[in-house]
Design a protein around this ligand. Sequence first.
Ligand code: AKG
Length: 328
Amino acid sequence: MADDPTLKPQDRAQEVSGEWEHDNQQWWNEYMASADNEIVFASDHSIEQTQAPKDVGPLPSLADLQAELNASYELDPLAIKQFNRDGYVKLKQVLSPGALALLRQEMEMTLLADLGENPKLDFRSGEMMWLTNDIFRQFVLSPRIAKIAAALMGVQSVRLYHDNALAKEPGCGRTPWHFDKEHFPIASNNVCTAWIPLQAIPGNMGPLAFAVGMETYRLVESVQSSRFDMSYDRTVSNIFAEQGVDVDNGPFGLGEISFHHSQSFHTAGPNNTTESRMVLATTYFEEGACVIPAPTMISGDWRKFMPDVGAGEPIQSRYNPVCFPRER
Ligand SMILES: O=C(O)CCC(=O)C(=O)O
């Protein structure tokens, strides 16, 4: 039905009101196909290139990894200001090259085991890896990362919504413009995602790019979501260009990670390198938040991320542990 060319725009808008009936990989497949690959930004910050060092030295032991991911990061108060003003912040040197290399190796093995040698996917994805893999578990439940999320949002305690392994393969096109508030069925304004690159991301590898401004989403609030054609991406992009919205599509250095608020509009460029762009994205929400009254199919596979939690209920399932302060 989604591909029926005879559908009128209003029918397409109504289509998103049902729930998503497929898995998370299928969601990403359809989602990436809704990107308009003709879009370029008026302001391009991607010129600077960042090369990943190839030799990161010996990989850390599990105990060393644990120590790194438990230790507090010294968060500059200016970063909190920037997050609340711009809707996102990029923080340098949050994680060591060794820790990232270890997770990259693990992610590659996990995706290979789950999707096979040649899955013919431009964008491989995985989720809930922390349940079965100790190294993922250290990262996804990391007090170091969750504490930053809590401080940026100004809340005492955060729970995990979900983890996402995101492997944008060489040749994969843009990630469409979106904001996560529309995708996450969480009735709270305190939701953010840590986007953790597992290698440096130069401008031509598709760094996550942000429309600057916590309130920028208001410019495109009335644009109807469509399941899933390119019209939404194109319309949002046109409005941002017309309104002179600055887009930060700068590269990520090794160890640099970003945090974006669920109101932050973001996109990502194509991967025009020969290397897979591997990222772990973990989403946190304020303790006490509930599911929205009526999730739609653009909420994706949400029931999987919070089993036995119904619409309108507090999100406290076994898959949504408190990550900060760490439960003992
Ligand atoms: O990795 C990407 O290209 C998109 C990821 C994203 O939109 C997110 O983590 O919120």
